[in-house]
Design a protein around this ligand. Structure first.
Ligand code: HEC
Length: 95
């Protein structure tokens, strides 16, 4: 019984963690990103200038900016954006 409760808590934690967003579709992300260009170009993603230093940070930062929009981007769309940003600019190991 106690084990079952732990497993349920672990699953809930996994579902809520940014790691659950890891596998996005970069090509879809590229399209979605057109909406982000109203404030900044892609120059803020260039490593020399970028403040984001890890894949986790990239997920958190992208989710934050996606919250700015109303209606919010879906979790899947956030994952797509992260995948595209990472493929084109950040190139972090995905984990
Ligand atoms: C309301 C204006 C605004 C919108 C809309 C916006 N951003 Fe940003 N974003 C900013 C500002 C300001 C910064 C900080 C720029 C800097 O550090 O020079 C930033 C920084 C970022 C960074 C961190 C860059 C780094 O490595 O330092 C990421 C990633 C990012 N935005 C992604 C997005 C994505 C994805 C979207 C679309 C869902 C988006 N932003 C939409 C204003 C915006």
């Amino acid at each position: 019984m106690r084990l079952a409760v732990c497993a349920a808590a672990l699953l809930a934690a996994l579902a809520a963690s940014p790691a659950a967003l890891a596998l996005g579709d970069a090509d879809k992300g590229a399209k979605l990103h057109e909406a982000c260009l109203q404030c900044h170009g892609t120059n803020v993603y260039v490593p020399r200038k970028a403040n984001v230093k890890t894949f986790k940070q990239l997920q958190a930062e992208t989710a934050k900016w996606c919250d700015y929009y109303n209606p919010k981007f879906s979790k899947l769309e956030v994952a797509d954006l992260v995948a595209w940003l990472n493929r084109e600019f950040y190139k972090f190991p995905e984990k």
